[in-house]
Design a protein around this ligand. Structure first.
Ligand SMILES: Cc1cc2nc3c(=O)[nH]c(=O)nc-3n(C[C@H](O)[C@H](O)[C@H](O)COP(=O)(O)O)c2cc1C
Length: 392
């Protein structure tokens, strides 16, 4: 008789052994349209798959017979101490996955001692996150067609004490997430199938819609007509807001309005990294938006070595897109990234079980980093280097 291995079948966070297990709980817990919004990528999802394939192709080379009992993963991110080399990536519409959404992510990050990035498209006001979550807060900026929105976000984030601004540059033209669009018959209008599926998720209906009403883009309410401010519609209601005119000239404008740290998220070439450094940015995030924007796009991990070589120590380099395991994170650190931004991995935790779910995701990732450091013969992330990674 063929041997059948046991796959994950539980709904308990404590039984989730890895991020894929949390994803499975999340898939069962939230309605299909919300999971599709979380999960999907643009067009044929070549970028989405490529992010994972590129990380998996790299292999680790351990050093053996090193005492690693004292190992730890403390590090510095943008010059300030962090308990782990992680940052929670900005994601819009978190309130669709759990009523606490942004607050749950921010609080779990604060408890771990790593930065949390709030999206411009968040479903919680940035002031509320600052007053109720604490911790290191970064604000993500989309420069939309109505420039008054960006100005408002920067002024409010500065007043609320946000440490850094993360300017996302890879959404000048919105990606076509075709799977997500199929949940709607028109922008913001669910299909009958989507609506029927909602009825199969009464807990979500009560907790997310019943108690709080449809999640809304709380940071943008003063600027959007009421019909566009509701988050139902995922990526179908947002595209017309985006501005194809954004350019490097806007960095000067942003610099005038924002005195704190400035990171550019969406850099994937040496030339753009050089330009960000020359314009005095405080860091870059190598990212393809988790495969949700340009399809057939290079994976950030594939261009990391050449960008690290070009920039040296001039600028902190962060990275995201596709990171699901401690091994993935350790590979990026070994190749010169200062920290890894986590997108879907913590969202799976959020959708699987709110704040405890995010905590579970973070503890899985930090536990894996701890184990991998030991297996590689390293006592800290500072000891990691290119000698630990073999390129394909
Ligand atoms: C559901 C979802 C919403 C997102 N919303 C935003 C956003 O509002 N702003 C932004 O800069 N990036 C956004 N991103 C991209 C993430 O910041 C990050 O680049 C990406 O998730 C990293 O890839 P990963 O999900 O494979 O970790 C979003 C990603 C997801 C999955």
């Amino acid at each position: 008789m063929p041997w059948k291995r046991r796959s994950f079948g539980s709904n308990h966070l404590s039984r989730a052994l890895n991020i894929a297990d949390l994803r499975e709980i999340a898939r069962r817990r939230v309605p299909g349209f919300a999971f599709e919004y979380l999960e999907g990528g643009a067009e044929d999802e070549v970028t989405l798959r490529g992010n994972r394939e590129a990380l998996e192709r790299l292999r680790l080379i351990p050093q053996t017979l090193v005492d690693t009992t004292a190992r730890h993963q403390r590090t510095a991110i943008l010059g300030r101490p962090a308990n782990s080399p992680l940052v929670i990536a900005p994601t819009g519409l978190n309130g669709m996955l759990d009523p606490q959404g942004d607050l749950a992510l921010a609080r779990a990050a604060a408890r771990l001692g790593v930065p949390f990035t709030l999206s411009t498209m968040s479903t919680t006001r940035l002031e509320e996150v600052a007053s109720r979550a604490g911790g290191r807060l970064w604000m993500q900026l989309y420069v939309l067609k109505d420039r008054a929105i960006a100005r408002d976000i920067m002024q409010r984030a500065a007043a609320a004490g946000y440490e850094a601004l993360v300017f996302t540059t890879d959404a000048n033209v919105f990606g076509s997430r075709e799977w997500d669009q199929r949940s709607y018959r028109a922008p913001g209008k669910p299909t009958i199938r989507t609506a029927l599926d909602l009825l199969r998720h009464p807990r979500w209906l009560v907790e997310v819609l019943g108690r709080h009403g449809m999640p809304r883009f709380r940071n943008l309410e003063a600027f959007l007509p009421p019909s566009a401010a509701t988050a139902l519609g995922g990526s179908t209601v947002i595209p017309p807001l985006f501005d194809a005119t954004i350019s490097w000239d806007d960095i000067t404008w942003i610099r005038q309005l924002w005195r704190g740290r400035l990171l550019i998220k969406g850099v994937l070439s040496v030339a753009d990294a050089e330009r960000a450094a020359a314009l005095g940015c405080d860091g870059i995030v190598l990212s393809n938006h988790g495969g949700r924007q340009l399809d057939s796009c290079v994976a950030p991990i594939e261009v990391l070595p050449q960008i690290v070589r070009a920039l040296g120590a001039r600028l902190p380099i962060l990275i995201d897109s596709g990171f699901r395991r401690g091994t993935d994170i350790v590979k990026a650190l070994a190749l010169g990234a200062q920290a890894v931004m986590i997108g879907r991995a913590t969202l799976y935790g959020l959708a699987a079980g709110g704040e405890p779910g995010v905590e579970r995701a973070l503890s899985i990732l930090t536990g894996e980093i701890h184990r991998v450091l030991g297996q590689l013969g390293c006592n800290s992330v500072a000891e990691l280097g290119p000698q630990h990674v073999r390129a394909p």
